[in-house]
Ligand binder design. Structure first.
Ligand SMILES: [Zn+2]
Length: 661
């Protein structure tokens, strides 16, 4: 007799080995965290004497499920801002909240909760990408789960690094500390090509190669990403990352939704792993990954939940079901991605995708004892048909629920026994999570209250307090003024022709000001657009003071380059109302009596108003300066032949001050 630590008997063993062997009256022996043998119950009973014998009562024993892509600590952000577009969700909510709240304590708590959820659902191993990954690893090791854990590297500051150099240094330290650990495989995680640079990708590749660890990255998640790549580099994302040498490393690429045949081939050739994340792709409407094509090409295609903020759970049974159904629906072929192949993705192929198939992914001698017991004697998974042994896969993938998992072992240790978590106590974790949720809630409420803080939250708004002198006059025919300006009698420093497309967002409380999204199209002499500029300005309410002919305004402005679309700002700021003003504008900057003035001649396109508006404008940052300019405006009007012209302030009071009635 051979000694074993644990002998599991009376189980339906689904090995997921190379031959997909099934043992309906099966058993499995474990010693020192390793699978000693798997086979028929009567054979193992003769061969092994165990310290602990567990009668599995006819339950199904499968290799522990492998979640190939997640961001575990984000359990604490679950449900924070659902039903929004990816950019609004990520840039408007996740990243600002992460900047404010993500600390080692946050990551520890979030990871422990994620582990509890995953273990309950039969997951024994996961690939992670987040901040403070060292803390994540400590929590995972403490719980006793297995993880391929990636320290994130980004081109901009993140919660755990001020610069990319810092995050790369942290990744190196992290890998150095954890390599060789029995449960943790450290990795480096350049977030995505669009959040990194070519240099960052090369440095991360070098690091992964140096320590022979996986490199975890998001690739081609959205059509927009690929479109931008084609526009900028004249090629899709995968050939580009290949050019940067990325595939010298053992790559785990998350998503790969928008990839073509050639790219699939490249991935296959490189031996790269891919994580398919059906829930996340469906929820964010990223599209349908070419799952059947990838499997046909022999890609190591695992299944991932993605982070619990975009899913919103870590349930691999749900991912299996969706992966299979989605592939069938999209290909119009119900034979596509059958149940056994789907379970492969969640086990043996997932292990290959994570580059750890020498350790886990199937129940066979020599592999680590990571396994999951499932009770299929439930109402929702009954009956079953003996005639087809393959039916076990359809029961597991199409009928079983994560709540049917009763026992989970990782590396020979029980993490879940008869439905009870063995290494995590969730009550206190949940009450801590509740406290975080309250703090985050308060933060959002306060921020949502103020347009300024929402603007600041999405980055880079500069405030300026400015004074403006304005006079507005309606002109039936602007040509006499244009003649004077072009005659050389006045010192013109600059002149330009452009079209201004302004969208104003207004808010219930007028004290919030107005947010202006402006697109300027600069037009050359031939009438062609030669440059486009986008700007976002939050214009505070103005304090006014009347002069003889002009008005002095003072107000605060927050100016930010508009790096997102108008649609993004509309969804993010959710204005109470909006209106458009489009103008064709001729602008001169003149020096008059040692003061600089802008002279604009506008033709209003939206709303359409006949005639032209002349505007003289000077903006300064000091009140006294502004008052001096206001005094000189009468003289300037005279020089332009406009003495006695009537101001339009009465006629179109709001329009000239940037809003129609
Ligand atoms: Zn992700």
């Amino acid at each position: 007799m051979t000694r074993a630590d644990t002998l599991l008997t009376n189980a339906y063993v689904v090995t997921m080995d190379d031959d997909f062997r099934l043992f309906p009256d099966g058993a499995l022996a474990v010693r020192d965290g390793e699978i000693l043998a798997v086979g028929r119950g009567e054979d193992l009973a003769r061969e092994f004497e165990a310290d602990e014998t567990v009668d599995c009562g006819g339950k199904v024993l499968i290799p522990g499920l492998i979640n190939a892509h997640t961001h575990a600590p984000m359990t604490l952000l679950r449900g924070l801002a659902d039903d929004r577009r990816l950019d609004v969700w990520l840039l408007g909510y996740m990243m600002p909240v992460e900047r404010e709240f993500v600390t080692p304590e946050f990551c520890r708590l979030g990871t422990l909760l994620a582990c509890a959820e995953m273990i309950r659902g039969g997951t024994t191993c996961f690939a992670d990408m987040y901040y403070f990954e060292d803390t994540v690893a400590e929590a995972v090791a403490e719980v006793g789960m297995r993880g391929v854990l990636g320290q994130t590297v980004l081109k901009f500051p993140s919660p755990d690094a001020e610069s990319y150099e810092d995050s790369l240094a942290a990744a190196r330290e992290f890998i150095y500390r954890w390599r060789g650990h029995k449960l943790i495989v450290p990795s480096v995680a350049p977030h995505a090509p669009y959040t990194c640079t070519a240099e960052i990708l090369r440095d991360c590749t070098d690091l992964a190669v140096e320590f022979d660890v996986p490199l975890h990255i998001h690739i081609s998640e959205t059509a927009q990403e690929v479109e931008e790549w084609r526009k900028t580099y004249d090629m899709p994302v995968i050939p580009w990352v290949k050019k940067q040498g990325l595939f010298e490393a053992k790559v785990l690429a998350a998503h790969c939704v928008h990839i073509d045949e050639g790219e699939i081939h490249t991935l296959q050739h490189a031996g790269a792993g891919v994580s398919h994340n059906p829930s996340s792709n469906l929820k964010i409407a990223s599209g349908f990954a070419p799952v059947r094509q990838m499997l046909n090409e022999g890609i190591h295609l695992g299944l991932g939940t993605d982070g619990p903020a975009s899913n919103n759970d870590l349930d691999m049974f749900e991912e299996m079901r969706l992966a299979s159904f989605e592939a069938k629906a999209v290909s119009g072929d119900p034979t596509a991605v059958p149940a056994r192949e789907t379970l492969s993705m969640a086990t043996r192929l997932g292990a290959k995708a994570l580059h750890i198939d020498h350790l886990v992914g199937s129940l066979e001698t020599g592999k680590r004892a990571d396994l999951t017991l499932i009770d299929l004697a439930t109402v929702h998974a009954s009956p079953h048909f003996e005639y087809d042994p393959q039916g076990i896969y359809s029961r597991l993938v199409y009928a079983a629920k994560s709540s049917d998992v009763t026992d989970v072992m990782v590396d020979g240790s029980w993490l879940l026994k008869a439905g009870e978590l063995q290494t995590i106590e969730t009550d206190s974790l949940l009450s801590q999570a509740k406290e975080y949720a309250q703090e985050i809630s308060d933060f959002i409420v306060e921020r949502e209250d103020s347009v300024v803080s929402k603007l600041v939250a999405i980055g880079g708004a500069e405030q300026e307090e400015s004074y403006e002198v304005q006079v507005k006059i309606r002109l039936a025919d602007p040509s006499p003024v244009v003649e004077i300006l072009d005659s050389g009698s006045m010192q013109v420093m600059r002149s330009v022709h452009y079209r201004e497309y302004d969208t104003y967002f207004t808010f219930e409380d007028p004290q919030q000001g107005r947010l202006r999204y402006r697109e300027d199209e600069f037009v050359d002499k031939a009438g062609e657009v030669y440059n486009v500029r986008y700007r976002l300005t939050l214009i505070g309410p103005a304090a006014e003071r009347e002069f003889a002919q002009s008005v002095l305004l003072s107000r605060s402005r927050f100016i930010a380059p508009a790096t997102h679309s108008e649609r993004f700002y509309r969804e993010y700021f959710a204005p109470a109302d909006e209106f458009n003003i489009h103008k064709d504008r001729l602008r001169w900057l003149v020096n008059f009596l040692d003061e600089e003035f802008f002279i604009n001649i506008d033709q209003l396109l939206t709303p359409q108003i006949d005639g032209h508006f002349l505007e003289i404008k000077a903006r300064t940052w000091s009140r006294r300066d502004a008052e001096e300019k206001a005094e000189k405006i009468l003289d300037l009007l005279e020089a332009l032949g406009l003495e006695g012209a009537e101001e339009v302030k009465q006629e179109y009071p709001d329009l000239v001050y940037e809003a129609p009635a």
